[in-house]
Design a protein around this ligand. Structure first.
Ligand code: URA
Length: 202
């Protein structure tokens, strides 16, 4: 089965899964099937639910502007969320909700097989790196399994504070260099018997 088929099948399964919490539109994700990076946020907001697309509200516009700002195209990356339906009143996703959607995100990541995952905000960061702290670790590179995980601030947090915005933009500007570094590191991990532990690189 190719990637497009695997993702289509996964989305169809999610639609049928009555056990999944939240009842708004399913916002599965969009972008390249060979993404330069996989961006993962928390959960869709009102605009995302309306348009059935991830990151299309104010935070999403900032994210997409920053992607273009480093010379990438939105179509070169893949954008999704850990929880794929909108929590009421845009509240934070609950642990049970994250747990329920978890196996589907794991399969989505398997299908896309990205070398680099950029997490947006603490919920998606903690999905991969339970002990990481967003203010301390944003912009660093971690190894998780055979992928690099780069935690970044959530764009909505950047919109709330000039200092967060500065950090968000600064990390984004470094993303092309971070990606190059990740590619070098992943090449060194090509021994299939090696089981790398999450570690900070820089
Ligand atoms: N915030 C998120 O975490 N994801 C979206 O898709 C939109 C806003």
């Amino acid at each position: 089965m190719d990637k497009a088929e695997a993702l289509k099948k996964l989305e169809a399964e999610m639609r049928q899964d009555q056990s999944l919490p939240l009842s708004t539109n399913l916002v599965f994700g969009e972008g390249s099937l060979n993404p330069a990076a996989l961006f993962i946020g928390e959960a869709p907001g009102q605009k995302e639910d309306e348009l059935v697309r991830p990151f299309v509200g104010r935070g999403g516009q900032l994210l997409r502007e920053c992607i273009r700002g480093i010379g990438w195209k939105e179509e070169d990356v893949y954008i999704t969320n850990i929880v794929k339906r909108r929590p009421p009143e845009n509240r934070d996703p609950l642990p049970d909700e994250i747990a329920a959607y978890r196996p589907y995100l794991a399969r989505q990541i398997e299908a896309l097989a990205p070398a680099i995952i950029v997490t947006l905000g603490r919920f998606s960061m903690n999905y991969f790196l339970p002990d990481a702290k967003i203010t301390r670790d944003q912009g660093k590179i971690f190894i998780s399994g055979r992928r690099c995980v780069v935690p970044m601030l959530h764009p909505a947090a950047a919109l709330r504070s000039p200092e967060m915005m500065r950090q968000f933009r600064e990390t984004f500007a470094r993303l092309p260099v971070i990606v190059e570094r990740c590619e070098e590191v992943l090449k060194d991990l090509s021994d299939p018997k090696q089981k790398p532990k999450p570690q900070k690189l820089f």
